[in-house]
Each structure stands twice: as C-alpha cells, then as structure tokens.
Write a protein that binds this ligand. Sequence first.
Ligand code: ADP
Ligand code: UDP
Length: 251
Amino acid sequence: MEKLKNAASCCCRTMEWKQESIGVGAELLHQMLQFPSRLLKASLSLATIASIESSLLHLFVAKQVSSLSGGPGSGKGTQCSKIVSQFGFTHLSAGELLREEAKSDTEQGIMIKNLMHEGKLVPSEIIVKLLLKAMLQSGSDRFVVDGFPRNEENRQAYEKIINVEPEFILFIDCPKEELERRILSRNQERDDDNIDTIRRRFEVFQEATLPVVQYYEKRGKLRRVDGAKSPDEVFKDVKPIFEQLNTQIDK
Ligand SMILES: Nc1ncnc2c1ncn2[C@@H]1O[C@H](COP(=O)(O)OP(=O)(O)O)[C@@H](O)[C@H]1O
Ligand SMILES: O=c1ccn([C@@H]2O[C@H](COP(=O)(O)OP(=O)(O)O)[C@@H](O)[C@H]2O)c(=O)[nH]1
C-alpha cells in the first residue's frame, strides 16, 4: 500500500511536467478505484483520492467544459454529435455512462438500472466519479457534457470534485408534446423510453433540472436555443455559441 501511495504522489509530480503521462495517471487511478474500500480506508483517505483525481484533471485535462441541458428527447445527443464533428470536443453523455455501468451485474449496476427504469436520478457521487474517470481516460482537454448536471446536488458535487465550472450551459428548449413524440419514436430499445417512465422523467426535469438551469441563467451562463426546429436548423443556432468558445480557447 505504501508503494501505491508513493506511486500516486510520484505520478502527480511527473504529470506536472508531462501531459502525455495522463494515460499512466488514468490507469493508476483506475486501479485505485478498483481497490476494496476497506483497503482504501486503511491507506489513502477518500478525500485524498478525490483530491488527487481532481488535481490530475485540473492540471492537465479540463481546459474547457460546457454542458448541454434540455428535456428528455430535446436533441442533446443529436447536437453533441454535430458539435464533436465540427469542433472536436469530447462528448461525454452522463446517460450513456450510466447505461454502460448498468450493464454490470454488480450491486451498483443493478441499483443504477432500477433507478433509470423508474426515471429517477442516480446519486451524484456515482455519476461524478464516472464523468471524472471518462475525462481522465479520454486524454482530451475540451469536453461537452451531455445531460448533466441534473439537479442542484449534481451541480455542487461536480463543481467541487471536477473543480471546473462549466463555461456555459446550452439549453435546448422544446415543447413537452414534441419531446414525447420524439422519444416514443426514438427506437433505441431503451428501457426508460416507455410512456410511464417518460412522464416521470418530465417531472424530474421540471422539478430538479430546471432550477439548475435557472441557477446558471442568473450567473449569465445560460445559452438557450429553440429545439423545436430540424436538427440542422438547431445546429445553426448552436454553432456560433461554440465558435465563440473556440475563439476564447485559441486566445
Ligand atoms: N431537432 C430535431 N427534430 C426532430 N427530431 C429530432 C431532433 N433532434 C433529435 N431528434 C430525434 O429525437 C430523438 C431524441 O433525440 P436525442 O438526441 O436522443 O435526445 P436527448 O439526447 O436529448 O435525449 C432521436 O430519435 C433523434 O433522432
Ligand atoms: O446525470 C444524470 C444523467 C442521467 N441520469 C439517468 O439517466 C436517465 C437517462 O438520461 P439521458 O440523459 O440518457 O436521457 P434523456 O432522458 O435526457 O433522454 C435519466 O432519466 C436518469 O435516470 C441520471 O440519473 N443522472
């Protein structure tokens, strides 16, 4: 365990100078996250691990982070694909990360699967950890995070652990009837794309997600687009927002 501690601190020092070591750092972190919590508690405290993780990310990875928000089926994934192909951001879908995790036959996997089936939100700690791991493993430094943060607790956990406040939140505004129509014809064989779960997801969106959107609006960080147009028309409005971000990065 002493070796692990030394390796972690050595890796952090190395990474201050070598961005290419990110792969090593991510692997080390991955191994640390696999350790049984009993062993972890006996050696590195969880706070230490969180701080190592966020330092690695802060120093080398997350140069720019923006988020896409909007009701279920508003076209977040669709617009993210366009943003990725045009601007080269790395797309992280919170829902996709959870769907992957839900495939594992572990206690956590089963819990996530059940929550998603009911249209409820998964605890922040789980999703933030998955996002952090995906960011570190990607080796990228510009992210567009799709469908997150979903509530106030998510937002606080995210900004605390990832240590980077999003540049902006792009909100795709779309009427509920259109969202319902799109989801019901989405055909992705998603367990939660049934009418009962869709209604619950709408409620969660109204009650938990909209207040976070309003929080960012008050801070001047909200960018709103009309999502009720065709995907290409929506992207015409999305594009200048990311062009502006790219200009800031290049400066
Ligand atoms: N602007 C749009 N107009 C019509 N259909 C759309 C539009 N954007 C996305 N879709 C379709 O609606 C469904 C939901 O889009 P998706 O990108 O998966 O939404 P989200 O990621 O917000 O849940 C998909 O079947 C997609 O092809
Ligand atoms: O940060 C997140 C993102 C997603 N989810 C869960 O994943 C589901 C699907 O989310 P996704 O963004 O994939 O789809 P959307 O509902 O926006 O179409 C949600 O209903 C939640 O149960 C969650 O708990 N936290």
